[in-house]
Write a protein of this length. Structure first.
Lengths: 565, 193
């Protein structure tokens, strides 16, 4: 093994670090942008939580917050966390970095399209950030941008906020369209010799499934956003009842995309767990094919559940029952995946390293998020819970596991591969426990608040007599303490990364003794990834195979002569 | 261990470029399906469609225009067949496609100007709004596809494609056929109803 490949292409600084077509560099660009936006989104949640615990008081570092500003902060927090953190990190960064490495390819199928994808995404990020500073402030119609709230300048605070929001989202989707097409084509056409579809690591399956779901659901949202933009700029009345339009139409177009989007984010998170659990249990994953089939079924079902977001929006009541049924149905394949993960642990030789801790934390927290989804998926209970803090708690319990925990698990697992250094394990453990505890402290009280009928999206809860009780205030304070501590705990992660990048122990090619192809490359892999093109002989999860002295069996290791099979 | 044939690149079933366009076309089809369903919903909820004070759409002229676009679907297919055979008449077929596409756009544009003159605008009624949104979205796609056809024609003229390698022509062919295939649906829904 030599690292000569790393120096084979001496190129200019601009080509190497800025306009690079190397999938690993593009992954890092997406990662850094996503993390930066994550910090922005986290700081917004700090302001929101402080206001809710101490309504009307000056917030350290921000000042007093008005209703319009509060609405803008809530809107932008949701928008940023979903579209500018979850998507770039879980999809773009992980898929870009891992798909070619895991399938034994030199790069993506379309490296230049890949570079364009990032720079369009970067442009969308700039447009979104600019919208904070335009007259009237950023978009304030909620991350779902429902008309009529978002339809006219008079309701949404200003002409520019929502218009720029729509432009930024449209640009971002163009970027992910290019990315998604690239991921799917790469996984289908560039697999190493010998790698059949069912030899692909589950991460690749999940990323491809997520890309397919995204590509097939994004059209309606683009159509809906286009009509909304025309409403604002060209004087049409698609969503204006006065002109014969229908605001509910936007909700259908939005959620036809919006619900599959949940799985677009969730599946790559599951992919991370699927890679980590077998490595730290030293066991094959339980039910590989079953997980693949369940993923596909989840993807298909995710297209026919969207109206459960609209049970009280005035849709035909006859629609409520079928959509309740499909919503409950989708929990079956998701449960199949979850229980396959749990069964993987059974009788494993479990090592609680930091990636494993975060992977297990993901399972624990997501289970609670999934279970509370049943309450919201059934029309009868949703009518009571709709638009309360129960919903807020539920979707944070479903999205934080894949997005935050999944990201941390992936970071601790693949950081050595990406940067060639190990992260500090002890600091990582402290980081996990603080994150886990404070995440629950932040969002468990919000379930209770929701039960008590506390509406979301109100700037001053104490304005309402029913919410002026000591118990409500106590729960809000608990959540705020949790949120502030949760944000502060992340300093440990950044400190760990900053320290390890320079001083961390040098990583071996395969520090976790894992099977998949990315671990056969040097850490970090050079240009072109593989010193010699790999050939695949077996599936990705053959841990502790009988009759072998080591407890792992890399995918590219040729079978010994005369060993049969 | 050295196995013979390790370094052999396996040829994929569908070339990557064509696969990418196929995936893109699928997501585009869903975009148009969403626009069409929005149109159908809005029309179903309207009291009168078209409103009595709004101009009627040019059914006959657009019908002829539909035939022009369908014909361009035949010429692009001719382009693919010729490049598969030898490549001799590729540029001619592509040029014919581009001319037909441009003619379609010109007639559409002329009719738009007339309709605006008659008082059908995006803000005059929901009828006008849906008309311009649906037909306009298609027009933008034809324009984009036209640019692609021209690029491929220039490349073909320079001899970039042959019977063995012509993925670029196949990509262009697939996208143009999609743009052509969407139109009759829109024509039937928006003009004929």
């Amino acid at each position: 093994m030599t690292t000569a490949a790393a120096h084979a292409h001496p190129e200019s600084f601009l080509r190497t670090y800025v306009f690079s077509t190397d999938h690993k560099t593009i992954a890092k660009q997406y990662l850094v942008t996503g993390i930066f936006m994550g910090i922005v989104g986290g700081l917004l949640s700090y302001v929101i939580r402080m206001q809710l615990a101490n309504p009307g008081q000056s917030i350290p570092g921000y000042g007093v917050i008005g209703p319009q500003q509060y609405n803008a902060l809530v809107t932008m927090h949701g928008t940023i966390m979903i579209f500018w953190v979850a998507m770039p990190i879980l999809l773009a960064a992980l898929a870009n970095f891992l798909i070619p490495l895991m399938i034994g390819a030199k790069d993506m199928a379309f490296p230049r399209l890949n570079m364009m994808s990032f720079w369009v995404f970067f442009l969308s990020t700039v447009v979104l950030l600019v919208s904070f500073f335009v007259p009237g402030g950023a978009a304030a119609g909620g991350w779902t941008s429902y008309p009529p709230l978002s339809g006219t300048a008079a309701y949404s605070g200003g002409q520019w906020g929502v218009t720029l929001w729509l432009l930024a989202v449209a640009l971002e989707f163009v970027a992910f369209l290019m990315g998604g097409i690239n991921f799917i084509t790469t996984a289908i056409n560039l697999r190493a010799p010998g790698m059949r579809l069912f030899d692909m690591p589950l991460m690749v399956w999940m990323q491809v499934a997520a890309a397919v779901i995204f590509l097939f659901s994004v059209g309606p949202l683009i159509a809906g956003a286009l009509l909304l933009l025309l409403d604002r700029l060209a004087g049409t009345g698609f969503y204006a009842p006065a002109a014969g339009g229908d605001p509910i139409l936007f909700q259908h177009l939005f959620w036809f995309f919006g619900h599959p989007e949940v799985y677009v984010i969730l599946l790559p998170g599951f992919g991370v767990i699927a890679e980590i659990l077998p490595v730290f249990s030293r066991k094959p994953i339980f039910g590989y094919r079953m997980i693949v089939y369940a993923t596909i079924i989840t993807g298909i079902l995710s297209f026919i559940v969207w109206a459960h977001h609209q049970f009280i929006a005035g849709i035909d009541p006859r629609l409520a029952t079928p959509f309740s049924i499909t919503t409950i149905l989708i929990s079956v394949p998701v449960a199949v995946i979850l229980f396959s993960f749990i069964a993987t642990l059974y009788r494993g030789s479990i090592e609680l390293a930091s990636p494993m801790l975060f992977a297990l934390g993901t399972l624990a927290v997501f289970l609670l998020g999934g279970v509370t989804g049943i309450h919201l998926g059934v029309a009868a209970t949703d009518i009571y819970f709709h638009d309360t803090y129960f919903v807020v708690a539920h979707f944070h319990y479903t999205l934080i596991p894949p997005v935050a925990f999944g990201f941390f698990a992936a970071s601790y697992f693949w950081f050595p591969k990406m940067f060639g250094r190990m992260l500090n394990e002890r600091l990582a453990h402290v980081h996990f426990w603080l994150t886990f505890v404070f995440m629950n402290l932040t969002f468990l009280p919000q379930f209770k608040l929701g039960f008590m009928g506390h509406q979301r999206r109100i700037v001053t809860p104490t304005f309402f007599e029913a919410l002026r009780t000591p118990e409500v205030e106590q729960l809000q304070s608990m959540a705020t303490v949790g949120a502030v501590c949760l944000l502060l705990s992340q300093i440990l992660f950044f400190a760990n990364v900053a320290w390890s990048l320079r001083r961390g122990e040098k990583a071996a090619p395969n520090p976790w003794r894992a099977n998949t192809l990315e671990w056969t490359t040097p850490s970090p892999p050079g240009h072109g990834n593989f010193d010699t093109a790999p050939v695949v002989y077996r599936g990705p999860y053959e841990y502790s195979p009988p009759g072998r002295s080591e407890d792992w069996f890399p995918q590219n290791l040729a079978p010994e002569k005369g060993a049969g099979s | 261990m050295s196995a013979p044939g390790i370094a052999i690149e396996t040829k994929p079933l569908v070339p990557s470029g064509l696969l990418a366009v196929a995936i893109f076309v699928a997501s585009e089809a869903i975009f148009f399906a969403a626009l069409i369903s929005a149109f159908v919903v809005l029309r179903a909820q309207a009291l009168d469609w078209p409103p009595f004070d709004q101009p009627r759409l040019p059914v006959l002229v657009t019908g002829i225009n539909t035939a022009i676009l369908l014909l361009s679907g035949c010429t692009i297919h001719g382009a693919l067949r010729s490049v598969r055979a030898s490549g001799a008449r590729l540029t001619g077929w592509l040029a014919a496609t581009a001319v037909l596409g441009a003619l379609f756009l010109a007639i559409q544009g002329y009719e738009w100007v007339r309709l605006v003159g008659f008082g059908l605008t995006t803000s005059s009624s929901l009828y006008g709004a849906t008309f311009y949104a649906l037909v306009g979205a298609h027009g933008v796609h034809v324009l984009a596809a036209l640019v692609v056809v021209l690029v491929v024609a220039v490349r073909g003229y320079r001899g970039r494609y042959g019977a063995a390698e012509h993925t670029g022509v196949a990509m262009c062919h697939l996208y143009w056929l999609f743009v052509v295939a969407v139109w009759p649906v829109l024509y039937a829904l928006v003009y004929l109803r």
